[in-house]
Write a protein that binds this ligand. Structure first.
Ligand code: SF4
Length: 361
């Protein structure tokens, strides 16, 4: 996968405090806590990538906050030497919304999993996305409940046999990218735990985005759902499974020919200009859809997201699906508060004692 050619707007509030110390390193963001994930868990790779990336923000550690819910990935805040909250199941986006709104000077991150974000916290997630709160959400998707020892999750495939679905799941799974685009999230991306370079590039773009960034991370759980993403990691199969999304480039995939070009692409009808989102063997380069992360209408990004396999991973678009600008919830709330403050400080008791009340009994 190649680097993203994206403008990087300033992230966070205008008052974010830059570090004045000597350059920070990964060590500055690593806590002294013993990491308690199972050997081989994909969470280790994500943690290393995040710890390695955070110095790039150039912020003081006390101005960075990681909020998590419940699940294996939600142990994340313990392992970072920043502020952190290991909060309640599914509620991390709600807590982070309050934090981002009240404290413009913080860089706010949410760490969650497929169960925490999409089952218990599905409601909070979609409202954070539609409101466009200034935060980055890292959604670790291993398609299983790991912490509770292997029950099917909202992203498990139909037919999945687990302790809680002994004869196979009958639930149609969520596609987190489609869900986020359906909620009109302003930044939506997918990456893979084992691809450090790509993961870091996505983190960089997500952190730079002003508004809610949703990053789905395919994360291997070797204990309860091992190798569910193996086809994306095997050099033999990956070129035909991964559809790389790079802004401004034709969307092509497949094992490169001798001249380096890839044989398949997403089709664009040259006569009508209409986009027929389906993989084809490329005849003419001009027929291939050029990826545009800044398209205002999320329909094409949504159509691309639908190419993701629900069961065995035979196809997965990877990269940034959408990045558009929209006013953030927290900026607008702060503007309202500032405006009302200018008009004169209100009195809470007056509000409680207002006209619209009743006496009971
Ligand atoms: Fe990682 Fe799975 Fe172990 Fe949880 S159960 S720590 S996701 S390997």
């Amino acid at each position: 996968m190649t680097t993203f050619d994206l403008p990087l707007p300033t992230r966070g509030g205008t008052d974010l405090v830059p570090t004045t110390d000597s350059p920070q390193t990964r060590k500055d963001f690593s806590s002294d806590q013993e990491v308690r994930w199972c050997p081989g868990c994909g969470d280790y790779a994500v943690l290393a990538a995040v710890q390695g990336f955070l110095p790039e923000l150039g912020l003081r550690r006390e101005n960075i906050v990681f909020v998590s819910g419940i699940g294996c990935s939600s142990r994340f805040p313990y392992y970072l030497d920043t502020y952190g909250l290991h909060s309640i199941h599914g509620r991390a986006p709600a807590i982070a919304t309050g934090l981002a709104t009240a404290r413009e000077d913080l860089s706010v991150w949410v760490v969650t999993g497929d169960g925490d974000a999409l089952s218990i916290g599905g409601n909070h997630l979609i409202h954070a996305l539609r409101r466009n709160v200034n935060m980055t959400i890292l959604l670790f998707n291993n398609r299983i409940y790991g912490l509770t020892k292997g029950q099917y999750s909202p992203t498990s495939e139909v037919g999945k046999v687990t302790k809680s679905t002994p004869v196979g799941s009958v639930d149609h799974p969520f596609n987190p990218i489609s869900l986020a685009l359906g909620a009109e999230a302003t930044f939506v991306a997918r990456t893979v735990d084992s691809d450090r370079k790509h993961l870091t590039e996505v983190l960089r773009a997500a952190a730079a985005h002003r508004g809610t960034s949703l990053v789905e991370i395919y994360q291997n759980c070797p204990i309860f759902n091992d190798d569910v993403f193996a086809s994306l990691k095997d050099p033999e199969t990956a070129p035909n499974v991964i559809i790389p999304l790079n802004h401004g480039e034709p969307i092509r995939f497949g094992t490169p020919d001798a001249d380096g070009s890839r044989p398949h692409g997403l089709f664009r009808d040259p006569a009508t200009g209409a986009v027929d989102i389906r993989p084809v063997t490329v005849a003419n380069e001009s027929d291939v859809l050029v990826h545009d992360v800044h398209a205002e209408d999320p329909s094409i990004a949504f159509a691309i997201s639908r190419l993701t396999s629900f069961g065995e991973m035979t196809r997965a678009p990877i990269g940034i699906f959408r990045q558009v600008d929209r006013p953030t919830y927290d900026d607008q709330i702060r503007a309202q508060v500032a405006h009302e403050t200018e008009r004169g400080v209100g009195n809470l008791q007056d509000l409680i004692d207002g006209n619209d009340h009743w006496t009971i009994g």
